[in-house]
Design a protein around this ligand. Structure first.
Ligand code: HEC
Length: 261
């Protein structure tokens, strides 16, 4: 119960920051009572974490959109080149955030966000380039799925930036995606059908020196192919299906960014 209360408090604090649209910096330079870190800094890092999660999720969605084409046997060239991917990622991200990746320098968002988003776009495109031989293989490429794409992207991204990102779920298919205690608490909150949709959960503590953000994922029609019903029946990647229904909570993207005072 205490744990839940702590999360609720955090959600309330952050929801104030969230309502500020991308371009509007929060007013004043108040200091957060619990962390001793300038609130301005916390809000900028929080905004950065949210953009990174949305960008990773947008790349996952683009990969998901191409799923049927990847898996079609006998198609030599799938047309999913790094350039095509980057264009679609840019379109998808613009439609979800209003931000133009082609003109990041002109966007009114924190400079930390600009720097890290550029890195994440580069990393994502490089991963699609690496995946070309699998994508164009003639016998289908079930290995190119959102989770595998995402795992490769975050591993390179963390190496390059020190910002940790992870795809996680309460009952993960891959043990490497198992939630830690902070992630588990947030996933339990997201799983409550009454919890507001797409509302991120953020936590900052002075002791940890990091900001942690959890970005909820939901089951779309394409996810159900593998994660849907009938529960327990193997999907085409060989994992038992989770039995999720359309729109249900389907895990989260976790972002951890170090905060410098
Ligand atoms: C082609 C089948 C397939 C589709 C489509 C698919 N997934 Fe997955 N998903 C998997 C597999 C396989 C893994 C485990 C990958 C690994 O080994 O790391 C996974 C892992 C995950 C994870 C990480 C936690 C875990 O279970 O290891 C999340 C979160 C997730 N999927 C959510 C989604 C969502 C949301 C969608 C739709 C947008 C989706 N998936 C679409 C097959 C799929």
């Amino acid at each position: 119960m205490l744990r839940l209360l702590r999360w609720i408090a955090v959600v309330v604090i952050i929801s104030g920051g969230q309502s500020a649209r991308a371009g509007e910096p929060p007013a004043g330079k108040t200091t957060n009572q619990t962390t001793g870190i300038a609130l301005q800094t916390v809000l900028e890092v929080e905004q950065t974490a949210r953009f990174l999660a949305l960008l990773l999720d947008s790349g996952r969605a683009v990969v998901n959109d191409y799923q049927a084409l990847f898996d079609e046997p006998g198609r030599a060239k799938k047309g999913f080149t790094p350039a095509v991917f980057e264009r679609q990622l840019t379109d998808m991200f613009r439609s979800r955030s209003g931000i133009d990746l082609d003109n990041l320098d002109g966007s009114r968002i924190p400079s930390l966000a600009k720097k890290l988003m550029k890195e994440l776009v580069e990393t994502s495109t490089a991963v699609v380039a690496d995946l070309q031989s699998e994508i164009t293989r003639s016998n289908g490429s079930a290995g190119v799925i959102p989770a595998i794409y995402g795992a490769r992207v975050v591993s390179h991204f963390t190496e390059r930036t020190g910002v940790r990102m992870k795809q996680t779920a309460l009952v993960p298919r891959n043990a490497a995606n198992a939630p830690d205690s902070v992630e588990r608490s947030a996933l339990e909150i997201f799983a409550d059908p009454n919890y507001p949709r797409e509302k991120v959960i953020t936590e900052t503590t002075a002791r940890s020196g990091v900001l942690r953000l959890m970005f909820p994922l939901y089951a779309t029609r394409q996810c159900l192919d593998c994660h849907g019903e009938p529960r327990g029946a193997l999907d085409r990647t060989g994992y038992p299906r989770e039995g999720l229904k359309l729109g249900q909570s389907a895990g989260a993207i976790s972002v951890t960014i170090p905060i410098t005072k």
